[in-house]
Design a protein around this ligand. Sequence first.
Ligand code: GLC
Length: 475
Amino acid sequence: MKRQILITGIILISTGLLVADGNIKGEAVKERNARMKWWSEARFGMFVHWGLYSIPAGQWGERKWTRGGVEWIQQRAGVPAEIYEKELVPKFKPKADFAKEWAQIAKSAGCRYLVFTTKHHEGFALHDSKLTTFDAKDACGRDLYKEIVDATKAEGLKVGAYHSIIDWHHPHAYAGFGLPTVKGAINEGRENSIYIDYLHGQVKEIMSSYGPIDIVWWDYSSKQCQGERWRAKELIAMVRKYQPQIVMNNRLYRSPEAGWPDKHDWLEGFSIGLQYGDFCTPEQKIPANGVQGVFWETCMTMNTSWGYNQHDHKWKSTSQLIQNLIDIVSKGGNYLLNIGPKADGSIPKESIERMEAIGKWMNINGEAIYGTTVSPYGKPKWGRYTKKPTKLYAHIFNWPQTAKLSVPIANLKVSKAYLLADKEQRALPMQHTETDLIISLPTEAPDSIASIVVIEHKKYPVEQGAEGDAVNCAP
Ligand code: GLC
């Protein structure tokens, strides 16, 4: 009997049917995948970094920053919390209806969700917090998170809350444990547990006052803050009590056993291992081969800053952004693309242009992005693949000069190939060789950034392993 239990246990663990301990205690992979379904099909989301830091926008006095996250300006310029607050709060005057503009831009770009910074490291709460006067309600008489949640839901998008664990404003937030802090902040007289109560309290406000919240995006627990520093398990349990279906990232908690990968910086560290939370978060990078066995999401800026920076003109091209999206999806991940609105809530024109161009592309090609997964055919020289059970999508970045596309799927029963941009879906001529399917293309690419050929085929033969290659599934 004992032996049988042991064997069953081994099978369950090795097939990933049980998830050990933590926030998802007792939740089977099947249930978790069901909870994660909308998220893993969505593939594309919009991140929004906006707070008091959007006012200085990369410049404090004479000092200017042209690169990197200027939502860190308080820390970068070493501004004490009282001065930061006194200087910026009176200037914070968001325009009416900014949230609708954000939600509309996200929707028309083809994003399926929006994640907003309810509080960044500066500590300013964008929701109406009863626990502090350092919040939007006290600064400008509005609950800005409510405006954002309502506008986002009105567009039919899922909505998330990014919430910072780091807090440079709260007098009891401990300055230390390896967390970056504002210069000169000392720990003497600080009672960290008071801050932790406050952190829990604000998260409770967010989770219990705005109806369904779909994602919680913690940021971030560092190397020295493993374990229960934030009373992480309790916090997670509380979030799940109010939002049982919520999807959670992995930046709140690292168990001491998880250690920290020596050879990786902290950004990469987020892409490795998933002790708690549902998905991991490679930042500003696309892992070469995706992240095997877990849900993952690459978050990325359009220039080099998360918060608005008037001095950062290093914008990525639309072509880069679209090809990034495809690259990520072809490896089983999601793309969370950031905008940093100006202080009044308006979106920089460079971001609008890019989001609109992505939207134009998604209108035609979204079918090859949403609900697709990794294909078993790797990374071809000419672009990427995504797939659905009976369709293979060839995303062509470099249109072949020969106007012939070779696809190594001799063993698939293909019924038809056509251009996704062709509304009539006219069949492209095909030829089989021993190893490849050769598709004849028109001489001109329908889209200079990425054109898609749809290859319709019979279901993958199971023995090929293609149906089992759920790289984006939970461990
Ligand atoms: C980092 C930065 C932060 C940014 C975040 C986005 O943790 O501290 O400024 O919000 O990454 O992933």
